[in-house]
Design a protein around this ligand. Structure first.
Ligand code: ADQ
Length: 489
């Protein structure tokens, strides 16, 4: 008799590169090209020895025909991934609409869409209906593959309705849910028309996790104020059922970065960059081009610094690497042109025939190029207006063992809770303060830099993604055992 080990079923809104393992491109009627990422969550979950992992998510492509769907299922199965097929209309209403146009901005304190209030209110219900429908489609796929003993871990704001769908079908299923974004103050959450339904569905999970204690506290207080439920230090209780709520700050696979820096091609790249920017201090920003990352605010602060410190004008360069995302959304297009406009103005103002103060790239860099950039940086600038955690700040610290550069970090990123003692914390809205911090960072004496770096490096290399995943899953298991004991008593 063969007993298979329990499966950790990881359900994500979208299977994709960076955080998640795979992206799919159709090459022919029944041929798919899959790109697999080894970074982020994938390596975190490889560390979970007692479980095998399987991924379920929307493949990010529309596959209307049966033959294409079967071929994609087959190709993904080899990578331990199972696709959920969503048609174009659902993607429009659910993924682009409710997830990215409503929940994403709201959870980052940007409020509900306001351009055309009536149209938004009217379409709100249909987007929420699509959200529920899509979550049920994810649940159907989970149910199809689920075996007793498996643990189901749902991720992010795309799947807040999933715990309820799963538990309604099978109340003994072990279900955890983790939010990668901030959970906002209950005063923000209560503006959402579907506020109660969403909270109740999340509460169907056995364990609910957030990056920081503050987000967990906001969630509990939303449950208290909106649903009238009692919040205890352990979680939220509803009609005798306790949902455990806790903070599980994510980390990175720091070893992967440290190892990469030793590779000859990365060392060569580091030397090239050092030569190219010899005589200048390097400042770095790496972000997805998203409103929440505070890119215009960062560049304006850099401009103010140059304005006030003429002697630095030819001695410092800001490299801003911004991967475009959600390029079909007008707000994101507007942001791109706004950033280009500011960069152009500043380069025109402070550049010379031989050098410009800002290099702005609208693209993603491969892993090795990114490591080399982190390693040559003197000051990293993370100015998110809100950010669940912010892994860029962790990655920078992991690559700074020799340089011991300075991290300027927004107090509105979750990472401020863990790297606050080593970083210079700033309010990104306060451009004068950020400009002053740039000056402070560039002039920081070596012993202070070392002390600050040491603090952050210790944190980043001990609070890894592997540890994060293992802690969440083991807590989920414990929660269920405790609940069983309580029921027996
Ligand atoms: P993101 O908003 O995507 O993640 P972040 O945590 O910084 O933000 O992770 C971004 C990842 O993409 C990093 O691994 C980074 O290296 C990579 N990346 C960004 N720009 C890049 C570029 N130009 N080229 C190459 N790689 C690039 C969401 C939440 C965060 C939370 C994470 C994890 O918004 O707050 O920390 O999930 O939970």
């Amino acid at each position: 008799v063969t007993i298979s080990s329990p499966m950790l079923v990881i359900v994500v809104g979208r299977l994709m590169r960076k955080m998640l393992p795979v992206s799919a491109v159709r090459k022919g009627k029944e041929t798919w090209h899959l790109e697999i990422s080894v970074g982020g969550l994938v390596s975190a979950l490889l560390g979970l020895k007692e479980f095998e992992a399987r991924w379920i998510g929307w493949a990010g492509v529309n596959v209307p025909d049966e033959a294409g769907q079967r071929a994609l299922e087959k190709a993904l199965a080899e990578k331990k991934c199972i696709p959920v097929f969503l048609d174009e209309e659902i993607v429009h209403q659910y993924y682009n609409g409710y997830c990215n146009n409503i929940l994403w901005p709201l959870f980052h304190y940007l409020g509900l869409p306001q351009e055309d209030r009536l149209a938004t209110t009217r379409s709100f219900q249909s987007q929420f209906d699509a959200y529920k429908k899509a979550n049920q489609m994810f649940a159907d796929v989970v149910n199809k593959y689920y075996e007793e003993g498996d643990v189901v871990w749902c991720h992010d704001y795309h799947l807040m309705f999933l715990p309820k769908c799963l538990k309604e079908h099978n109340n003994t299923m072990k279900v955890g849910w983790f939010l990668h974004t901030p959970f906002p103050s209950s005063e923000i959450h209560r503006t959402l028309p579907s506020r109660s339904e969403l909270l109740r569905s999340v509460l169907a999970a056995d364990l609910v996790g957030f990056h920081t204690y503050d987000y967990a506290r906001h969630f509990v207080s939303a449950c208290t104020r909106i649903l009238g439920l009692e919040g205890t230090p352990e979680g939220v209780e509803d009609q005798g059922k306790l949902t455990r709520i806790a903070a599980f700050p994510i980390g990175i696979d720091s070893e992967r970065f440290i190892r990469a820096l030793k590779l000859p091609q990365v060392q060569d790249h580091i030397k090239e960059l050092q030569e190219r920017f010899a005589g200048r201090k390097v400042m770095l920003g790496v972000d997805r081009l998203d409103m929440i990352k505070g890119i215009p605010q960062k560049i304006l602060a850099f401009e103010k610094f140059l304005e006030e410190n003429p002697k630095w004008r030819d001695k410092v360069v800001l490299l801003q690497i911004a991967v475009p995302t959600r390029t079909d959304v007008p707000e994101y297009q507007k942001l791109t042109s706004q950033v280009h406009e500011i960069v152009g103005r500043i380069n025109g103002r402070f550049g010379t025939l031989s050098a410009v103060p800002i290099h702005h790239l609208d693209r993603s860099l491969d892993f090795h190029a990114l490591c080399a950039l982190y390693a040559v940086t003197d000051v990293a600038l993370v100015t998110s207006l809100r950010d669940g955690m912010n892994l860029v700040s962790y990655e920078f610290v992991a690559c700074q063992a020799s340089k011991k550069g300075v991290l300027i970090l927004s107090e509105f990123a979750g990472a401020a809770q863990s790297l606050g003692a080593g970083a210079i914390l700033v309010n990104p809205w306060n451009i004068t303060e950020v400009a002053a911090s740039i000056g402070y960072a560039l002039n920081m004496p070596a012993d202070e830099r070392e002390r600050r770096h040491h603090h952050n490096f210790m944190h980043v290399t001990t609070h890894t993604s592997q540890e994060w995943a293992a802690t969440f899953v083991s807590e989920l298991n414990d929660t269920i055992v405790e609940a069983q004991i309580r029921t027996r008593q």
